[in-house]
Design a binder for this molecule. Structure first.
Ligand code: ADP
Length: 178
């Protein structure tokens, strides 16, 4: 009997506000574990993001393109339960990234909650690369606001988008101050 190969689909869910080199590194490495990876941008109403969902998707697509990441990665958005979305797209794996120890507690809790919802979907946590261990999207937003150096931690397209976002708000504040 010949063994049938079913496509192994993984999702990498997150806020990606905006996508950083840390996220891109996890996504690239996750590709060795699956046939297809969907970077799934969560539409979480409790958070007020810097970039709206369309902007975040566009930045992810263009960052992947500029890094020449292979065509097995796609980008999508979802709202509601992550496991439900995973099931809808036929994924058997949820990929997450782990940085410092404090990430572990939250990711462990999330993984157990998700497993209780659907035990057929496995969460796989990949350890960060050392150079990105202190990198988070919130650090990137903070640095961008303060005019810090970002070229090593975000892609050139994200860098440009951050610069224009904060230049616009500085200009708007200048106008208000007049
Ligand atoms: P969320 O709001 O779901 O935490 P994020 O966009 O902040 O969304 O992160 C998505 C996932 O990527 C999380 O599992 C997070 O731990 C991981 N991650 C974020 N930054 C890094 C990084 N620098 N290295 C490794 N993993 C990371």
């Amino acid at each position: 009997m010949t063994e049938q190969h079913t496509e192994r689909i993984a999702i990498y869910p997150g806020t990606f506000d905006p996508i950083t080199m840390g996220h891109l590194d996890i996504a690239t490495r996750a590709l060795t574990l699956c046939d297809r990876l969907i970077i799934a941008v969560g539409d979480n109403r409790n958070k007020s993001p810097l970039f709206n969902i369309e902007e975040r998707i566009d930045l992810i697509r263009r960052s992947l393109e500029s890094r020449g990441v292979d065509g097995r990665v796609s980008v999508d958005s979802y709202s509601g339960l992550t496991v439900k979305y995973a099931q809808q797209v036929g994924a058997s794996m949820i990929v997450r990234g782990l940085r410092v120890v404090t990430d572990f507690e939250w990711e462990f809790q999330l993984a157990l909650i998700n497993r209780a919802q659907n035990h057929e979907i496995e969460t796989v946590c990949l350890m960060t690369s050392q150079e990105y261990s202190f990198l988070s999207a919130s650090t990137v937003r903070e640095l961008a606001m303060l005019g810090g150096k970002l070229d090593k931690i975000v892609s050139p397209v994200v860098l440009k988008a951050l610069q224009s976002k904060f230049n616009q708000s500085t200009k708007a504040a200048d106008v208000r101050d007049v």
